[in-house]
Design a binder for this molecule. Sequence first.
Ligand code: PHE
Length: 340
Amino acid sequence: MQDKLDALVAEALQAIKACRTGNDILNARAGYLGKKSVLNDLFSKLRNLPPEERPAFGQKINQARNQIEEALALSSEEVKKAAWEKQSSAAAIDLSMPGQSLARGGLHPLTLVRRQIEDVFVSMGFQIAEGFDIEDDFHNFDALNTPADHPSRNLADTFYLENGLLLRTQTSTVQIRVMEKYPPPIRIISLGRCYRNDKPDPTHLPMFHQVEALVVDEGISLADLTSTLQQFAQIMFGAGVRSRIRPHFFPFTEPSAEMDISCVSCGGTGCRVCKYNGWIEMGGAGMVDPNVFDAVGIDSERYTGFAFGLGIDRIAMLKYKFPDLRILLENDLRMLRQFK
Ligand code: PHE
């Protein structure tokens, strides 16, 4: 039996030395150490030996097993090393080949502009407030001093839901939500989607985005509104940009205004972007109407405030110089890939 064992070990060591791949090694291990191996067979025959010979022979079998294990480990290292050397040799890797580029996602231009706007106002001391896309008549209209017979409540403009709620037509709803919850001083912006039943065209989308600003404190005046707008316009579009307000009407502000900035394309001399009038409309604004303060229980004798709402889509359009708002919703990769 000893001879048989020696012959087996010698054979195994030779075979293991000849292994060239990981698979060879797996096969050799199974063949020489596995369940059906000669070694295993010898081991099971141990009990046929006289009891006094068993320990010595058992030890021999174990020695043989260890030798084979060692050889396998060594060979396995060598196979791995050889494979690595082959792979990293100049012939296998051509460092001049172009790498595989991974497709990288980017941020949507609206997200980029939205974040820029947030940064500007946060740097001016504003907090960011969240509102809801689905609202009720109270927050979208009543509390904003918009009586039931006001044209903007028209079903043709507002998307009503079957349960009587509606998709907010303006972010001014957040003015109410904030004033209901927090006492002055208030200095917030809120950015989000708004919905109006408009036919999509180059300058209108049925779903669009606004940034609402609301400041309420003692002694807030129209000058605070105009200077905030001016500062925002300059940070967003450059130091040369001018801003102005024009009289307008909104139910929830008194006085009310529309805000323009000088055309970012021609600087005010007139071009296609500003339809040759030198100014571009950015949104609505005004001093908070005392009736709105009454609706939310803020003392209108003590506090004044201003609010404005700007179109984010419009700002993105001016910033990135694209001609048609509908591009924002089409998800055309040729357009999206230009933004990171
Ligand atoms: N909510 C108004 C609109 O959507 C804009 C606005 C906001 C006007 C705040 C005045 C004050 O047109």
